[in-house]
Write a protein that binds this ligand. Structure first.
Ligand SMILES: NC(=O)c1ccc[n+]([C@@H]2O[C@H](COP(=O)([O-])OP(=O)(O)OC[C@H]3O[C@@H](n4cnc5c(N)ncnc54)[C@H](OP(=O)(O)O)[C@@H]3O)[C@@H](O)[C@H]2O)c1
Length: 294
């Protein structure tokens, strides 16, 4: 039995779906039975509850040959790093209590940075916490910036014909379609061929600039005039707070943008066929346009 956290989210749902396609027994965790229903209909067992509770999570992990662990994002967290740490501590305790031997942990590109990495600092902390568990084999997957983040620009495109963030328009950075994480996570969960603690970076198809992202999305939307605007710190954090981010979460996201601008997430492992994933920004832009038009 392979147990998947965040199974109704971007990554967890794709991992669960991939494992079901491959005929594996899967238990999926989430707070809403309804959100898990499509996976249950395909044979998954649901564990419905709040993963911030050690007793619930221990029960959900019991009997697992491997666990896909992740900390869900929480844009209204009063203090993002504290939130990640509290959630991460619960996961570590449940792994220990349920005597799980293999964990595939959803971390992030940049999680080698204890400071200056925005929300990713919480994933740095979680990597250390899981590494400290004795007798547990842990594979940290470090995917880069999700292309799905660009869906947040939908209202700006509709209302102002712009895409915007605090990332510079001309700095190349790696972006990944989050579904491309799924086959790699599924392989690791099934094979359990990692020993001790290991790190695998996942860097998308190629590095792109925000100018290229905007141009790819503009082309598919038949809006060649779509413009990218780099926002100041105040403009960016105000924008996020108007979309339910707490003040701290907005500041952390600005720090993440600065880390990208300064290329502080310099790749630990150089780009190779192993850490390059298939979906290009042009392919994602086609999906973005179809979603936008519907
Ligand atoms: N966005 C990026 O660019 C990026 C890049 C690298 C790494 N990451 C990391 O990836 C993670 C987010 O992954 P994701 O985008 O797949 O997440 P997501 O889409 O936000 O999904 C998280 C899922 O967890 C469930 N959930 C939330 N709170 C829960 C709770 N208390 N108990 C049980 N289930 C809960 C939610 O389902 P219900 O609401 O149904 O419970 C939700 O479907 C974060 O740790 C983030 O730092 C993100």
């Amino acid at each position: 039995m392979i147990v998947i956290m965040g199974a109704s989210g971007n990554v967890g749902s794709a991992v669960a779906s991939e494992l079901l396609d491959r005929g594996e027994s899967v238990r999926v965790i989430g707070r809403s039975a309804e959100h898990l229903q499509s996976l249950v209909a395909r044979g998954a067992e649901a564990a419905v509850g709040n993963a911030t509770e050690v007793s619930f999570l221990t029960e959900a992990f019991s009997g697992a040959t491997a666990v896909f662990a992740m900390i869900p994002t929480k844009r209204d967290a009063e203090n993002v790093r504290s939130y990640y740490n509290a959630f991460g501590e619960t996961i570590a305790r449940a792994v220990k209590n349920a005597r799980v031997n293999h964990v595939v942990n959803l971390s992030s590109h940049g999680a080698n940075n204890a400071e200056g990495a925005g929300p990713v600092k919480g994933l740095y902390d979680q990597e250390q916490r899981l590494n400290d568990l004795s007798g547990v084999n842990v594979l940290h997957l470090r995917p880069t910036y999700f292309m799905e983040n660009f869906y947040a620009d939908n209202p700006l495109i509709r209302e102002k014909n712009i895409m915007a963030s605090a990332i510079r328009e001309d700095v190349p950075f790696a972006v990944i379609a989050s579904r491309d994480i799924a086959p790699i996570a599924a392989d690791a969960l099934m094979r359990r061929n990692f020993v001790g603690t290991q790190i695998r970076e996942l860097l998308g198809e190629r590095d792109v600039t925000m100018k290229e992202v905007t141009s790819a999305i503009g082309a598919e939307l038949e809006k060649p005039e779509l413009e990218y605007v780099q926002l100041s710190a105040d403009e960016y954090t105000d924008l996020l707070q108007s979309h339910d981010f707490s003040e701290n979460a907005a500041r952390e996201m600005f720090e993440l943008c600065e880390a990208i601008n300064d290329q502080r997430f310099a790749v630990e492992q150089p780009r190779t066929a192993i850490n390059t994933t298939p979906t290009s920004i042009e392919e994602f832009a086609r999906e973005f346009a179809s979603d936008f038009q519907n």
